[in-house]
Design a protein around this ligand. Structure first.
Ligand code: CP
Length: 309
């Protein structure tokens, strides 16, 4: 039987192309399951999973919890704001206490880059990174590629532009790794101040003109400006940002082809994307959310298979 090359999902950086293909083939089967009247399989009745969220989340937290429950795993949820972390307990102590309750797997979102890698070296459990600061968000990139594959029939050879706040985005970095592993061509587009200087060393081209980027691409992945990660302003005003880097229906209709619009959420309607685009047939934003459950089921199932060996 095929298995993942890794024991944890810490970042796309640690996966290979075969891992991604295996995750997608497994997700295809789970997508079929979650569209049945009974949306559940007994596969992980013997597995207990802790969801540790040290940072806010709507989609990722609920999607992981649902994926775990659809696989019949036992699930416990931890929110840092209501925990003894507030009393000064360390991350490793917190997780080791949770693991001593016979927990097998930890899904963790943390504001600090590298928190998942650090934890994987200090505790005995399979770790899934649900977003670590501005570093990686591997399951988001997997569900994004899975959604492109579903809409366009494949990822190889597709032109994908990631638009917006690349500097503070874990979604951008994980998408760049995932798309390149699958043979897509990747550009980033945004204000120069929000594009890291190292980006071209990853084989990514920079385009600061949104119209040119949209004319080139098959898919535009629109990112939110992450004001919560900024201590200063990186552009003169929100209105000027929207004028230069926001997509609207008039702009899309003026292109000579229909491109696919993606967004990881949460959306700032009227800033990076207008409502008429976000709610249009061109946008696959809610397909991304739907696919997130199947893709996370696949990741959890494949990692749990390695624990059981
Ligand atoms: N896309 C994403 O990570 O959304 P949440 O922050 O709501 O989980």
């Amino acid at each position: 039987m095929s298995e993942l090359s890794v024991d944890h999902l810490l970042g796309i950086k640690y996966l290979n192309k075969t891992d991604i293909e295996l995750i997608f083939e497994t997700a295809d089967q789970f997508k079929e399951v979650i569209n049945r009247p009974i949306k559940k399989v007994p596969s992980l009745r013997d597995i207990t999973i802790a969801n540790l969220f040290f940072e806010n989340s709507t989609r990722t937290k609920l999607s992981f919890e649902l994926a775990e429950k659809r696989l019949s795993a036992d699930v416990i949820n931890f929110s840092a704001s209501q925990s003894s972390v507030k009393k000064g307990e360390t991350l490793v102590d917190t997780v080791n206490n949770i693991l001593s309750m016979k927990v097998d797997m930890v899904v963790m979102r943390h504001p600090n880059p590298g928190a998942g890698v650090f934890l994987s070296k200090h505790v005995k459990a399979s770790i899934i990174n649900a977003g670590d600061g501005a570093h990686e968000h591997p399951t988001q990139a997997l569900l994004d590629s899975y959604s492109i594959r579903e809409r366009l029939g494949g990822v190889k050879g597709k032109n994908v532009v990631i638009v917006g706040d690349i500097l503070h985005s874990r979604v951008a970095l994980s998408n760049i790794y995932a798309l390149q592993l699958q043979g897509a061509n990747v550009k980033v587009c945004g204000p120069k101040t929000l594009i890291p200087k190292y980006i071209e060393s990853l084989g990514v081209k920079v385009e600061t003109n949104l119209r040119k980027a949209l004319e080139w691409c098959d898919v535009a992945n629109m990112l939110r400006v992450q004001n919560e990660r900024m201590e200063i302003s990186y552009f003169p005003s929100t209105r000027e940002y929207t004028q230069q880097f926001g997509v609207n229906k008039t702009l899309l209709d003026s292109l000579d082809k229909e491109i696919v619009i993606m967004h990881p959420g949460p959306i700032n309607r009227g800033v990076e994307i207008t409502s008429d685009v976000a709610d249009s047939k061109q946008a696959i934003i809610l397909d991304q959310v739907e696919n997130g459950v199947a893709v996370r089921m696949a990741v959890i199932y494949l990692l749990a298979s390695k624990i059981k060996q």
